[in-house]
Design a protein around this ligand. Structure first.
Ligand code: SF4
Ligand SMILES: [Zn+2]
Length: 328
């Protein structure tokens, strides 16, 4: 007998997003999956969210139940784009069995899909098959592969994040995705641990410059302190501070291309923050810019006066790196 059981995903919400020159009604879903195969990035709390010890068939069934739940709870006509996260890699067959991947394709056929994965799982056949399965011929680019590159600097990715892949790996995956008819969205991470405010800002500017000609879109995540992470331990020891919102404005204003940026946790101690008095306005401005590309608004915010601006300038100039040894 066919099962009709449903199961609520880890999270799901409606919103609006800029995509390929249009503002689309979007649905974001974070499916619970078999979990990230890498499972060790210093700032990542999502990796704890996984089904443990399920067989491949059971795992597929549990993911398919979540797809059913989403279809039941969000009317099809209400959204044009779906952003799929799995707290890991959608194209890792051990994490999302191919049969569950097929169920996602069937459920969201005709929509623009953005699916997140590590670059080592971007292979031509599965990407092309998935793309063809969602494509109804109405969209120029039905599938976008999102990858958490975090920075184009291999040393920072290795030392500050422990990400486990190189920029060359990302470029290889980007080529395969493009050759398979998919777009690429790169996620950057502003201010992972062990960087000064200035290094973090400069790293984002360099990374954006590197990526702008190569990918369809760039999204900059602002590092937040999630619970049960190595970053949280550093933060508790006063060895880490999330980025200033002033630095975020600085990066976005200097970028030659539009950057998607959702300042999650903005204004909170565990998220990107200034002094508390000016945070709300800047967070709102970044959200607005992300949707309507209004750089003028960011410039006006950057001109705004607040007591903490001097503090930020001092930190930018005076903070020195706590070096990690390069060798043992
Ligand atoms: S950031 Fe991504 S790759 Fe790193 S542990 Fe978390 S889910 Fe895995
Ligand atoms: Zn302030």
């Amino acid at each position: 007998m066919l099962s009709h059981l449903t199961e609520k995903p880890l999270a799901s919400w409606r919103g609006k997003d800029h995509h390929n020159g249009r503002i689309l009604e979007t649905l974001t879903v974070i499916f619970r999956s078999g979990g990230c195969s890498w499972n060790r990035c210093r700032m990542c709390g999502y990796r704890h969210e996984r089904y443990a010890d399920l067989s491949g068939d059971e795992l597929a069934e549990r993911i398919i139940r979540q797809v059913r739940w989403v279809k039941k709870n969000f009317p099809d006509d209400d959204y044009q784009m779906v952003k799929v996260f799995t707290s890991g890699s959608f194209f890792d067959p051990m994490e999302v069995p191919p049969i569950a991947r097929d169920a996602v394709a069937e459920a969201f056929r005709g929509k623009a899909l953005i699916v997140e994965t590590r670059p080592e799982y971007v292979e031509a056949d599965p990407v092309r098959e998935f793309r063809d399965a969602i494509d109804t011929g109405t969209l120029a680019m039905p599938l976008t592969i999102a990858m958490g590159l975090e920075t184009t600097n291999d040393l920072i990715r290795e030392k500050s994040i422990d990400k486990g892949f190189t920029y060359a790996d990302f470029l290889r995956a980007t080529e395969i995705a493009h050759a398979s008819g998919a777009g690429v969205k790169a996620y950057l991470m502003m201010k992972p641990p062990f960087l000064t405010e200035r290094e973090a800002r400069d790293d984002m500017i360099h990374s954006i410059m590197d990526l702008a000609p190569l990918v369809e879109s760039i999204s900059m995540n602002l590092c937040t302190v999630q619970s049960r992470t190595e970053l949280e331990r550093l933060w508790r020891e006063h060895a880490y501070r999330p980025p200033y919102l002033w630095s975020v404005l600085d990066v976005l204003i200097q970028s030659p291309v539009h950057i998607l940026c959702d300042p999650v946790g903005g204004g909170q101690m565990r998220g990107p923050h200034n002094c508390g008095a000016c945070d709300g306005q800047i967070v709102k401005g970044i959200v607005d810019y992300s949707l309507n590309k209004d750089v003028g608004l960011l410039r006006a915010l950057a001109e705004m006066e607040c007591e903490c601006k001097e503090e930020w300038k001092f930190v930018l100039e005076q903070e020195e790196p706590h070096c990690m040894p390069l060798t043992r």
